[in-house]
Design a protein around this ligand. Structure first.
Ligand SMILES: Cc1cc2nc3c(=O)[nH]c(=O)nc-3n(C[C@H](O)[C@H](O)[C@H](O)COP(=O)(O)OP(=O)(O)OC[C@H]3O[C@@H](n4cnc5c(N)ncnc54)[C@H](O)[C@@H]3O)c2cc1C
Length: 387
């Protein structure tokens, strides 16, 4: 069964679970409804080491397996999906630096990312489209010992608070095939970089999502991830394997919170002289919620194990993200049904779970795109087997 942890890793998951119960769940409803940035909670997460989970030695001391990272993410999302989201992009950038960064780049960023004093985000999506990334318009033109970046990105998480942006852009807009002209630049917000607006959202509140503009931002050539142009698309696809495991684990966490609330409510609430779970329809909801959530968790942990084994996990991470996010959609809806009218009330948490769940069907590649990727991988693997 996937999901085995060392004793130290088990302790990490338990500490985060206790933090969620003690510090997050009691305050989340008020913070979320006010739309406030959760400064104190993020500071506590820094102290717990949540931002260093993917920063290996010698740059950090608190790295864990991807399986452990997924279980920590599930716990954070069980408290508040926004907290798990704040760690997601940061962790992808840590993976990008570890796998592809030059020594200088790792040394410059990873130690500060490990303690959360520098937080990182990734900027891929543009207003014209997020699925067809290769059609992006943001360019980085070489000018002496710098690149001059111009363009705009959309939906950038933590845009105001990130000290490092892993920017996907075109260093050769004429390249064919298009992916050969795409690179990642490690951009530190500075002159010419503007957060042009905050985007209003259904859920995922507290953490900002912004449109950002790069108006001829000069970035030193040393900021090119790995030091060689044209590898950015492939690098980002590797990074997104972990990003999709984060989204899948977030979906499991939100779904679990919804299921646990529904279970407790169904035990306590009575109708027609008995607890509502004893009405078969409600019992069936609970059974389906628990079963599909367990399946989603196992898919997520199996994908995480593949990453830990050093293997490509695009198929597995895609399957986990697809199944877990659709599960979260169904489970959060069913939790509302179990709660009856109170499921619609802002005095309960289930309405928040229901607003947070849809982000997981869209973020880190929509589920339509996941199906395309999964199908392509299935055929490729089959053809390889039959060669
Ligand atoms: C709250 C939030 C936070 C986000 N954070 C970030 C972030 O930090 N950084 C970042 O870079 N991006 C971020 N995103 C952007 C997110 O990754 C994109 O929204 C997503 O990739 C989809 O892109 P799009 O919105 O442009 O939709 P589009 O690409 O325009 O797609 C519209 C619809 O068409 C479908 N579609 C498109 N192409 C195909 C195809 N080939 N086959 C089948 N269906 C297709 C899509 O599945 C979708 O249903 C965030 C988004 C949200 C909502």
């Amino acid at each position: 069964m996937p999901g085995r942890l060392t004793a130290e890793e088990q302790a990490v998951v338990e500490v985060v679970a206790e933090y969620v119960d003690r510090d997050v769940r009691p305050v989340v409803r008020e913070l979320e409804q006010a739309g406030s940035y959760p400064e104190k909670l993020i500071d506590q997460m820094k102290e717990l080491g949540c931002f260093g989970l993917a920063v290996p030695p010698p740059y950090g001391e608190g790295s864990v397996s991807t399986v452990c990272y997924a279980l920590v993410t599930e716990e954070l999302a069980r408290g508040w999906m926004s907290l798990a989201g704040a760690v997601g992009g940061h962790t992808v950038v840590a993976h990008l630096l570890t796998a592809f960064g030059t020594d200088d780049q790792r040394q410059r960023y990873l130690p500060a990312m490990a303690d959360g004093s520098v937080r990182a985000t990734m900027a891929l999506t543009e207003a014209g489209g997020g699925s067809d990334l290769q059609a992006m318009r943001t360019t980085a033109r070489r000018d002496g010992d710098a690149y001059v970046v111009s363009g705009a990105k959309m939906w950038i998480t933590n845009a105001r608070r990130s000290g490092l942006i892993a920017l996907l852009c075109k260093t050769d807009p004429e390249a064919e095939p298009r992916h050969r002209g795409i690179s990642i630049l490690l951009v530190e917000p500075g002159h010419g970089y503007t957060v042009s607006r905050d985007l209003g959202k259904l859920g995922y509140r507290g953490v900002e999502s912004c449109e950002v503009v790069f108006g001829d931002v000069r970035v030193p050539t040393g900021a090119l991830l790995g030091g060689e142009e044209g590898h950015g698309f492939a690098q980002m696809m590797r990074g997104l394997e972990v990003g999709r495991i984060n989204v899948a684990a977030r979906a499991v966490g939100v779904g679990r919170a919804a299921y646990e609330d529904a279970l407790r409510y169904a035990e306590q609430r009575e109708a027609f002289g008995k607890p509502i779970w004893q009405h078969q329809s409600i019992g069936n909801y609970l059974a389906d919620m628990a079963t599909t959530l367990q399946a989603a968790r196992l898919l997520t942990l199996a994908a995480a194990e593949r990453v830990d084994a050093g293997e490509r996990a695009d198929l597995e991470a895609g399957m986990a993200k697809l199944f877990a996010s659709e599960t979260a959609m169904q489970v959060t809806l069913d939790a509302i049904r179990v709660h009856g009218g109170y499921g619609y009330s802002t005095e309960y948490d289930v309405e928040r779970y229901f607003r947070d769940a849809p982000l997981m069907i869209v973020g880190e590649g929509t589920n339509e795109i996941q199906r395309n990727l999964i199908a392509r991988q299935l055929v490729e693997r089959d053809l390889r087997l039959r060669q």
